[in-house]
Design a protein around this ligand. Structure first.
Ligand code: PEP
Ligand code: MN
Length: 335
């Protein structure tokens, strides 16, 4: 249950409610709202019941990930990028960090195209144990140096909770991969840090599964969470690697204060499809895009078929900014 209080009385009322219900139930507060688990309105002191401007009884379990508790957008600030403030955050880089020279070259291309966050996996969750597994910590050093040279932020995947402190030394954002969306010990471990987390949607996760996974992070105190739609498995993934769920982006905008990022690279698996699907993500309301790029996709150590060439990438960056501006214009007209 969420009790919405008039701003002027909120602090006193919340103190009173916390004194009564805190300690033995789930109690979360945000500004003039308090969420208390497992009680009904008749259990509230009558003065508070009368004072409340609204009492919401139908609330999801993932309450800290819900706009019901936190109506305004959660804004994430990185040194070079702000996510969720109404701007479009652009993230790009190779699927994997392949070498020092290569990631530096990719960083320069990403920056020229307008991206401010450099991606690149140093620990790769590959479907086959015989595929390239990543350069490990050395790769993180290359990635960090490449980003610093260009004045960019870093996003990179953490696959194992034991790696969290080590990867924290190099990254600005922890990426939790699709295959780890419900790795609860990993979610708790990144939740204990103060580093933003990009939580990719599990390939068969419902929107509620995904929000509950985000809740594991938020419940540890870290609310700097972005949700990455990267496509789900459906009955037909013959011509697309996954099925991009634009509807989920639109739905999440209503449901959660956390920013939403679209990943058209993993959603499609085919560089020809990345641009149209990325634009659809922006049109559906994404706060940012993350895409894979490669100067010689045919030689890429992972995910070559979906890597944008530098020219394709620069075009998509321009188009996505234009699409985002167009959506903003209409929002202003409708306001
Ligand atoms: C990646 O970003 O390279 C990756 C492995 O993504 P996902 O977890 O979405 O498959
Ligand atoms: Mn990839």
């Amino acid at each position: 249950m969420i009790i919405v209080l008039p701003k002027e009385n909120a602090a006193t009322a919340i103190n009173k409610l916390t004194a009564i219900f805190g300690g033995h139930r789930d109690v979360f507060t945000h500004r003039n709202r308090i969420s208390i688990g497992g009680i009904t309105p008749d259990q509230l002191p009558s003065d508070i019941r009368q004072m409340a401007t609204q009492i919401i009884t139908d609330v999801p379990k993932a309450i800290q990930s819900s706009r019901l508790l936190h109506p305004e957008n959660e804004i994430i600030k990185l040194p070079h990028t702000t996510i969720g403030d109404g701007s479009l955050a652009l993230m790009a880089g190779p699927c994997a960090v392949e070498s020092e020279a290569h990631v530096k070259k990719m960083a320069a291309i990403a920056k020229q195209g307008g991206a401010t966050v450099l991606r690149g996996g140093a620990f790769k969750p590959r479907t086959s144990p015989y595929s390239f597994q990543g350069l490990g910590e050395e790769g993180l050093k290359f990635l960090r140096e490449a980003a610093d040279e260009q004045g960019m932020d870093v996003i990179t995947e953490v696959m194992d909770d034991e790696h969290v402190p080590m990867i924290a030394k190099y990254t600005d954002v922890f990426q939790i991969g699709s295959r780890n969306m419900q790795n609860f010990s990993l979610l708790k471990a990144v939740g204990k840090t103060n580093i933003p987390v990009a939580l990719k949607r599990g390939m068969s996760a419902t929107i509620d599964d995904w929000l509950n996974a985000a809740e594991y992070i938020a419940a540890e105190g870290n609310h700097q969470i972005m949700l990455v739609e990267r496509g789900i498995r459906t009955f037909d993934n013959t011509h697309t690697r996954n099925t991009f769920d634009a509807g989920a982006i639109a739905a999440l905008r209503q449901l959660t204060p956390f920013p939403i990022i679209a990943d058209p690279s993993h959603a499609t698996g085919d560089r020809q499809l990345v641009s149209p699907v990325g634009l659809a993500g922006v049109a559906a309301g994404a706060d940012g895009l993350i895409v894979e790029i490669h100067d010689h996709p045919e030689k890429a150590l992972s995910d070559g078929p979906q890597a944008l060439t530098p020219t394709m990438f620069k075009q998509l960056m321009k188009k996505s900014q234009a699409m985002h501006d167009l959506m903003n214009d209409f929002e202003e007209v409708n306001a």
